[in-house]
Ligand binder design. Sequence first.
Ligand code: SAM
Length: 313
Amino acid sequence: MACEDAIMATNDDAAQCKRFAVEKGYWVDPYISLLVPKGKSIHAPEINRGYYARVMGIRNLIQKFVEITQKECQIVSLGAGFDTTYWCLKDKGLNPKRYVEVDFPAVTSRKCQQIKSKKALLDKLVTEDEDIMVSAYEVHAGDYHLVSADIRNIEEFEAKLAACGIDKSLATLFIAECVLVYIETKFTNQLLKWISQHFPTTMFINYEQVNMGDKFGQVMMDNLKARECFLHGVSACASLETQKARFLSQGWTEATAMEMINVYKLLPHADLHRIERLEFLDERELLEQLYSHYCLVWAFQDGAGVGLQTIAV
Ligand code: SAM
């Protein structure tokens, strides 16, 4: 399998894991099962709890961004895969003015197929006064856009955002959930710089591996390498400090980085209590190892002074 195919296949893994955790009751997502078929694997409780912290940590920040901007905002999901956030936000009445999902054409074409064929997905895109355009690789519908682009290619990416009507002066949240780590550092730097130079009011949420230099990190990398999937951006994942530095060095005003173990502890306690009773956890140590090898990073610059500095998990 070519490296790019292997990277795209990580989307199937993530989507299967999320579907499995949703079916176990970790969080509510009526849409994931419409996008991804039921997998054959059974996932260990540590994996389910890992995904729980990942999804809830990110959702928590997204929700605060939409609330603080009073929905006068846009969201761009980079390497969105089969993510369902657009539909879940809409159910809560928290939809931004524009929501753009970007991925390679081989991934967006599959998402297009599912959107076309699943009424529950399609219905949420329908607006009274705008037509839905669904092609082989893209969907353009009112406030939702699914586009194919390689985010390493800024010109192509910028043109696709323009075609979706992205307004650079509006508060814009970029999300990269387990994406940047697959991209060479020079391209990630180029992307982060381009965003900070063109979007005066912007926030970035990045979730990915961290502390990969130790023994456990090495095992994680070897597993991916065995599937011909290389973590090109691993040098940027050395520590929480390097995670923050890559934003600050590309013009962002502030950045915060947290290991998932600490993100988990900050999630609403009543819900933690609920999910901790869903499955018996044998290997607490393994869970803690996992949590300390993933992090949530958020960075911003707040040209319009909307209060982005108040956003935290
Ligand atoms: N963000 C989704 C989630 O967490 O459920 C999918 C994560 S998956 C691990 C990584 C995704 O990033 C894949 O869908 C892959 O195709 C996409 N991706 C990686 N490099 C990309 C690039 N240069 N341009 C566009 N998409 C990319």
